[in-house]
Structures are given as structure tokens and as C-alpha cells.
Design a binder for this molecule. Structure first.
Ligand SMILES: [Zn+2]
Length: 94
């Protein structure tokens, strides 16, 4: 089994929204030694901790930031910055 789980699935897992069957499945995947998913799970575990503190908090399932936090570097904290200005980085200034 080489299939990985996606971020929304880990979110559901840490929030306790999944069935026992699915939880077992994902747990076994971690035990199989998948470093990638282990990191994702760890990251979302921390994420859920503060999510629980927010009544009625619902992470946008298919929002861009959800997948944006998953980088090749590893997982970065999901900061909701408004820094989305288009900067012409390749164009010479002046
Ligand atoms: Zn995996």
C-alpha cells in the first residue's frame, strides 16, 4: 500500500470525525513508517489543539492555504496572512 492520505483527512482524524475503521487504517499507515504522513499528522494534531479553542471553527476544506502549507520543505504553520500582493520579482526595478 503506497497510497497517502490527504491533509483534510488528517484534519478529520485529529478532530475525531472519522470512523473507527478509517482511524485504524490511517494509524496503520503511520505505523508502517510513512514519514511524510507522520509529519502531516503531527502538524495537524497541533493545529486541532487551537482549533478546538475556537467555537464553531471550521477549516475550509478545499481552501488553497490548506494545501499551501504542505511544502517539500516540510510543513509550515498555517498562518493566515493577507500578503498576497502580486510582486513582479523577475522584473528589474528602476
Ligand atoms: Zn503516507
Amino acid at each position: 500500500m503506497t497510497e497517502h492520505f490527504s491533509s483534510p483527512q488528517w484534519v478529520d482524524l485529529v478532530r475525531g470525525l472519522l470512523s473507527e475503521d478509517r482511524k485504524t487504517e490511517m494509524d496503520q499507515h503511520l505505523r508502517a513508517g510513512c514519514e511524510e504522513c507522520r509529519e502531516a499528522f503531527a502538524a495537524w494534531s497541533g493545529f486541532a489543539t487551537f482549533a478546538e479553542a475556537e467555537p464553531g471553527f471550521e477549516p475550509p476544506r478545499e481552501a488553497a492555504w490548506l494545501s499551501a502549507v504542505m511544502t517539500e520543505d516540510g510543513i509550515k504553520p498555517a498562518t493566515r496572512t493577507a500578503d498576497r500582493h502580486s510582486r513582479p520579482s523577475s522584473e528589474p526595478q528602476g
